[in-house]
Design a protein around this ligand. Structure first.
Ligand SMILES: O=C(O)c1ccccc1NCC(=O)[C@H](O)[C@H](O)COP(=O)(O)O
Length: 212
């Protein structure tokens, strides 16, 4: 099996280059103002120009409006849209308008949460199973929270999918063994403090992924 890896929340040329050199299949750029990883148009343009064609640029959004999408897609030369807290109806409209693949983030804490994935069938191109962040948290993702991976065992996935939420260079192999994920996504687990990524941890995560 080839395990693909997305490094999310990249915001500097150095950490982006580390992800690309390490073999990331996808890189994630955050467009959500309250996030410490939020990118300006200028920074998104600067980063996007460094990404080779074989690495997919994914924009990360929280129920975005059209103006934000238009601006971010052009600045970040985005090739896929990861949508958090976005209804299936809105996700369908975004996909129809942008013609870009849509990843629907499904926030998971307990078994019943998985049912949300089916609501994106025929709408999203991929489900991103992510951990539900605590009530009142400012961000719906990128907080290093993990969920019980055994919930995905035996689950009939309605769409291609990726595993996210609290992964790091050490626990990722176990998460893959338990869930059978073929694409993993990480942000906090390769960071050193809020908004700052650690090149050493990015390299370690990607090395661990390439060993599986
Ligand atoms: O990173 C953010 O600031 C962010 C803000 C709003 C929505 C999503 C966000 N990040 C998504 C991710 O970084 C990951 O796709 C995912 O949530 C896993 O993050 P982590 O648990 O920190 O590895």
């Amino acid at each position: 099996m080839t395990l693909n890896a997305k490094i999310c929340g990249l915001s500097t040329p150095e950490t982006l280059d580390t992800a690309i050199r390490g073999g990331a299949s996808h890189v994630g750029f955050v467009f959500f103002a309250p996030s410490p990883r939020n990118l300006s148009r200028e920074r998104a343009q600067q980063l996007a120009a460094r990404v080779p064609n074989h690495v997919t640029r994914v924009g990360v959004f929280v129920d975005p409006d059209d103006a934000l999408l238009d601006s971010a897609i052009s600045a970040g030369s985005l090739q896929a849209l990861q949508l958090h807290t976005t209804s299936p109806e809105r996700a369908a409209a975004i996909r129809a308008k942008t013609k870009l693949p849509v990843w629907a983030a499904v926030a998971v804490k307990q078994n019943v949460d998985l049912a949300a994935a089916a609501r994106y069938q025929g709408i999203a191109d991929r489900i991103l199973y992510d951990a539900k962040t605590p009530a009142g948290a400012t961000l719906p993702g990128g907080m290093g929270v993990r969920f019980d991976w055994t919930l995905l065992q035996g689950f009939r996935h309605p769409l291609p999918w990726a595993l996210s939420g609290g992964l790091d260079p050490v626990n990722m192999a176990e998460a893959v063994r338990i869930t059978g994920a073929e694409l993993v996504d990480v942000s906090s687990g390769v960071g050193s403090s809020a908004g700052i990524k650690d090149p050493g941890k990015i390299a370690a995560f990607l090395k661990a992924a390439s060993a599986l």
